[in-house]
Write a protein that binds this ligand. Structure first.
Ligand code: PGA
Ligand code: ZN
Length: 425
């Protein structure tokens, strides 16, 4: 039974304010959760409430959200059984009453929803993944390491936001993690040798200036081989161009290459890359306002590669359903704070998996050491997790949490590897 809730304005990995929530139970147990924040956000995401007071944190303070938790949410939840997640989330939704959670703020709502989930797991004395997923919670995800950053996550000239190493050709999670870390270090040396910058972007990946948007793939291949791994067998590649961020007036503006492409030409570009490189996943290859383009994209490449919708679907069950009906993608990115409650996120995952598609769980570019998403992957058997480079503690917190879970599961731990990327195809 919830006895009290508290909230604090704390800082995230970009040094911006975010919401931390503490839930206390009558039994004396307490738990906390901290909310992440995105930079390349989809237009239809639930609203992250910021104070807008230029005198504090450049307007990014979250005291309004914190006060909403203390004054409006807490009185409604005291006395409720913390295991009643659906009821708690319904109370939160009703109390907000807006379609995009703009009254209380999705940051306030998600913080409470998540902290309640953690408190319930503590109360039942189970690790979160087991409380959440029961006896099926035994599948470790393939980590997707974003080792080269561009777009709005870095100050370099690369248009595409993320280039990922996907060590899917192993039989355990810890081998995949080790390969990712070793290649990351080899990549650093490779960049150094070429006189390129090894400073890192927001998700811990390197962010050098490069010739064009294909060069990162070449560098990744070189590093994989130099590190002694086999591309296309042990290590695959993935990209998140985050194309909404360079879609201007119906055209994809590739500033680093000095050219503008229409949606058909973008698909041609990806088709060419998929033929040349062992790419198994492309997220947001097209923009959220290019729905027709997405359908064409999925028709042309959907049987060859995982096409993940992020900005397009924003973890919103209604939009995901529309996309499934219209065959606009074959995989959905899952970010808790895009929709704002645990219950709605679970609906998004269920709809996606029921349609035979993969649900790819993701961090945000601004993170904290909260590790909920690691447990989420195992609980819901998503088979994949993207949470940045194997660098920066807010990213490693999740990867290390999975090591703990793997060790705890022992012999029953499973690793799906590359098969996990084939769902829906
Ligand atoms: P964001 O980036 O958290 O800045 O939105 C991550 C992504 O686009 O997947
Ligand atoms: Zn994305």
């Amino acid at each position: 039974i919830i006895s009290n809730i508290n909230a604090l304005e704390v800082l995230d990995s970009r040094g911006n304010p975010t919401v931390a929530v503490y839930v206390y139970l009558e039994s004396g147990i307490g738990a906390k959760a901290i909310v992440p924040s995105g930079a390349s956000t989809g237009k239809k995401e639930a609203l992250e409430l910021r104070d807008g007071d230029p005198q504090r944190y450049g307007g990014k303070g979250v005291l309004k959200a914190v006060n909403n938790i203390k004054e409006k949410i807490t009185p409604e939840l005291i006395g409720i059984d913390v295991r009643e997640q659906a009821l708690i989330d319904k109370i939160l939704l009703d109390l907000d009453g807006t379609p995009n959670k703009s009254k209380l703020g999705a940051n306030a709502i998600l913080g409470v929803s998540l902290a309640c989930l953690h408190a319930a797991a503590s109360y039942t004395d189970l690790p979160l993944y087991q409380y959440w997923g029961g006896s099926h919670a035994t599948l470790l995800p393939v980590p997707m390491f974003n080792v080269l950053n561009g777009g709005v996550h870095a100050d370099n000239n690369v248009d595409f936001q993320e280039y990922m190493l996907v060590p899917a050709g192993f039989s355990t999670y810890h081998e995949a993690l080790r390969a990712g870390a070793e290649i990351y270090h080899t990549l650093k040396n490779t960049l150094k040798e070429k006189g390129l910058s090894t400073a890192v972007g927001d998700e811990g990946g390197f962010a050098p200036n490069l010739q064009n948007n294909e060069e990162p793939l070449k560098l990744l291949l070189e590093a994989i081989e130099k590190a002694g791994y086999k591309p296309g067998e042990q290590i695959f590649l993935a990209m998140d161009p985050a194309a909404s961020s360079f879609y201007v007036d119906g055209k994809y503006k590739l500033a680093s290459e000095g050219r503008e492409l229409n949606s058909e030409e973008m698909i041609d570009l990806f088709e060419n890359l998929v033929e040349k490189y062992p790419i198994i996943s492309i997220e947001d290859g097209l923009a959220e306002d290019d729905w027709e383009g997405w359908k064409n994209f999925n028709e042309r490449l959907g049987n060859k590669v995982q096409l993940v919708a992020d900005d397009l679907t924003v973890t919103n069950p209604n939009i995901i359903e529309k996309g499934i009906k219209e065959k606009a993608f074959n995989s959905v990115l899952i970010k808790l704070n895009q929709i704002g409650t645990v219950t709605e996120t679970m609906q998004a995952i269920e709809i996606t998996q029921k349609a035979g598609m993969t649900a790819c769980v993701s961090h945000r570019s601004s993170e904290t050491c909260d590790t909920t998403i690691a447990d989420l992957c195992v609980a819901k058997r998503t088979g994949m997790l993207k949470t940045g480079a194997p660098c920066r503690s807010e990213r490693l917190a999740k990867y290390n949490r999975l090591l703990e879970i793997e060790a705890e599961l022992g012999d029953v731990a499973e690793f799906i590897g590359v098969k996990g990327f084939k769902a829906g195809r």
